[in-house]
Ligand binder design. Structure first.
Ligand SMILES: [Zn+2]
Length: 273
């Protein structure tokens, strides 16, 4: 069995990633339009019958109205925690009851993929919980792991321990601090982004990646790192990549392929096996 991974869209205009093998395909969030998603699934040759989804949190760029309609129309099973289910229900009222929602509190398996969720630091008046995920599966008798965290205001030791030994790591690198501080955004919004429950700066992402790499012990750990959810208002792809590259080099981390998750186009597919 192989493992494939691609980021379909990443940023405040919509987030959606997918991992798949011959039998199962797992969407992580569905914040883009159904039309765009359907096109990408065809390009990737993914059978919609194999599809299910996990949701990180109820912000509209992670679960959109169009995404919910896609789930209902295609009877896609959606895995969410009780809290995230309540957040989505509050936002979209009765509509999501037509979805095949599966609540969970602990790790679970989808096909031959072991899924673990963990709490991250991202809350506001409308959302009570955000989850990060790890996905582990065997390819040619070896375990491969994908670590996924977006959005989070900070990365604590507990989160690093979940993400350690990931072969593919997706982590948000949301803002350049100077650009955010000098932007024309309302003061309260800036303060929330900067807070422990907002988003992650380029420097914080860089530090977290280096620390996770240092803690990792397996071959090919952090072979691919995607910088995700890069803000179009207070960051650039170049600033994010420069900041992370600099910290990786300072820590003698040279074997990581650093990739940018683009806002409105699919990333290259990583194929294992
Ligand atoms: Zn969010």
């Amino acid at each position: 069995m192989s493992l494939n991974f691609s980021i379909i869209a990443s940023g405040s205009s919509g987030n959606c990633s997918i991992l798949w093998n011959e039998k199962i395909a797992i969407l992580i969030d569905c914040g883009c339009s159904a039309k765009y998603l359907s096109k990408q699934l065809i390009k990737l040759n993914i059978n919609i019958k194999n599809l299910c989804s996990v949701i990180t949190h109820a912000h509209i760029d992670h679960i959109s109205v169009s995404g919910i309609n896609f789930f209902i129309r295609n009877q896609i099973p959606v895995y969410v925690t009780k809290n995230i289910f309540k957040d989505i229900l509050k936002k979209y009222e009765q509509k999501i009851k037509s979805c095949l929602y599966i609540e969970y509190d602990k790790s679970f398996t989808i096909g031959n993929i072991e899924v673990k969720s963990f709490d991250v630091y991202h809350k506001d008046n409308n959302i009570s919980q955000t989850c990060g995920f790890t996905f582990v599966t065997k390819v040619k008798k070896r375990n491969y792991k994908i670590g996924y965290i977006t959005d989070s205001g900070k990365i604590c030791d507990n989160i690093k321990n979940f993400l350690v030994n990931s072969n593919i790591l997706v982590i948000e690198s949301n803002y350049n601090k100077q650009m955010l501080e000098t932007s024309s955004r309302p003061y309260e919004n800036k303060q929330w982004i900067l807070s422990d429950f907002g988003h992650l700066s380029n420097e914080d992402a860089a530090t977290a990646i280096s620390e996770i790499k240092k803690l990792s012990t397996v071959k090919d750990s952090l072979k691919y790192v995607f910088l995700a959810h890069i803000s179009s208002h207070h960051n650039t792809y170049e600033f994010a990549k420069q900041a992370v590259n600099k910290t990786l080099l300072n820590n003698n981390i040279t074997e990581t392929n650093l990739l940018i998750a683009k806002r409105k186009s699919k990333s290259p597919t990583i194929r294992i096996g």
